[in-house]
Design a protein around this ligand. Structure first.
Ligand code: FAD
Ligand code: GLY
Length: 346
């Protein structure tokens, strides 16, 4: 028996488990693989509510979460002793000569628009395809893979029980309550449950979540001249502090099709080289792919489900790394303190 069973050990499950534990709950995480090996591992780690073009309540949620990051990272550092590559480096979102004329005109009147000359002052080496850009100094990045390691260590330091290699086969219900989980390790039971299974949610409950594949690659920048994230219309380029540059990502609606394709990687490289030509000479260090959990209107499913003791925390689509701290807070406020944020929770 445990107070809360969190199903799924990605960034959302880990962050929520830690926040619940810090409020006194006895928490267990059930993860079929290793924690943080789903979309959380595949991501670029951008903290980019503005560059991603979020709007309305979602933009508000993204900015609140981005603002929480410095303190959240500091608290994880205290618990884990680990760095997460959090870097408020700013994002340059180039407008390209090839953009539609109407888009170019609209963007050039944006309050955050800067000329090509100003763009080059913020980041040298931009390609000839760049006409100008939006300069978004508050957007930034975190190294999502390091963050996962820090979350795991922090969770262990709080005595959160982590059952890796344990698959939940079925959420067993009786009327409007979950009674237990059928898992590869037998029956698991708890007072309450949090569903944080990302793109695989539909295998457990008929919720409108589908996978959207993203292919990625990385190159090595020995000179480390790239110091800003570049978020172009058809690719983004994310420099890590160790010289790795992460380039992403395709957006493919073809289910759980595994693997990188030549066309996917070629498309990313061509687009990236046109906005930052130095990439052409950098060695490729890794290629990978992952599945974003897409929800209708790209709005995560947070809060109540059809079952009174099952809470939803899924469907974060393109921004789950960004949304992790605010998700953990909203779910914990709701489950422990009974505070239901009616704007963001269902
Ligand atoms: P996941 O990390 O996928 O975790 C779900 C976990 O549940 C998995 O570990 C899985 O094994 C487990 N699970 C599923 N079913 C079961 C079961 N039946 N039993 C037990 N365990 C189960 N977001 C950003 O904010 N910034 C970015 O720059 C960014 N870039 C991205 C780039 C790509 C290519 C991709 C694919 C995503 C990107 N994202 C980004 C989105 C972000 O990665 C996701 O929104 C986020 O990781 C979702 O976290 P999660 O914990 O819900 O899902
Ligand atoms: N947020 C970047 C991506 O999902 O590709």
């Amino acid at each position: 028996m445990t107070d809360v069973l969190v199903i799924g050990g990605g960034i959302i499950g880990l962050a929520t488990a830690i926040a619940l534990s810090q409020k006194g709950a006895n928490v267990t995480i059930v993860e079929r693989d290793r924690c943080g090996r789903g979309a959380t591992w595949a991501a670029a780690g951008m903290l980019a509510p503005e560059a991603e073009g979020l709007e309305g309540n979602l933009l508000d949620l993204g900015i609140r979460s981005r603002d929480m990051y410095p303190q959240w990272i500091a608290s994880l550092r205290r618990l884990s002793g680990q760095e997460c590559g959090y870097w408020c480096c700013g994002i340059i979102a180039p407008v390209l000569f090839s953009s539609l004329e109407c888009d170019r005109i609209a963007i050039s009147t944006h309050p955050k628009y800067i000329s090509l000359e100003e763009s080059r002052k913020r980041q040298s080496g931009l390609g000839d395809s760049v006409l100008g850009s939006l300069w978004l100094p508050e957007d930034g990045q975190v190294n999502n893979r390091k963050l996962t390691q820090a979350l795991l260590t922090a969770a262990r330091s709080l005595s959160i029980k982590i059952l890796e290699g344990t698959t939940v086969y079925q959420i067993v219900r009786d009327r409007d309550r979950v009674t237990h989980l059928d898992t590869s390790a037998g029956k698991l039971q708890s007072d309450r449950y949090v569903l944080a299974t990302g793109a695989w949610t539909r295998a457990l409950l008929p919720l409108p979540i589908k996978p959207i594949k993203g292919q990625m690659l990385s190159v090595l920048d020995c000179d480390r001249k790239l110091q800003r994230v570049i978020f172009a219309p058809s690719c983004y380029i994310v420099p890590r502090q160790d010289g790795t540059i992460v380039i992403g990502a395709t957006v493919e609606d073809n289910g759980f099709t595994q693997g990188n394709t030549a066309a996917g990687i070629a498309q990313l490289l061509n687009n990236a080289i046109s906005v930052y030509p130095a990439i052409a000479d950098m060695p490729i260090t890794e290629t990978w792919w992952g599945f974003r959990p897409h929800a209708p209107n790209e709005v995560p499913l947070l809060g109540r489900s059809d079952y009174e003791n099952l809470i939803l925390a899924t469907g974060h689509y393109r921004n789950g790394i960004l949304f992790a701290p605010i998700t953990a807070k909203l779910i914990t406020d709701f489950m422990v303190d009974g505070i239901a944020d009616s704007t963001h929770l269902q």
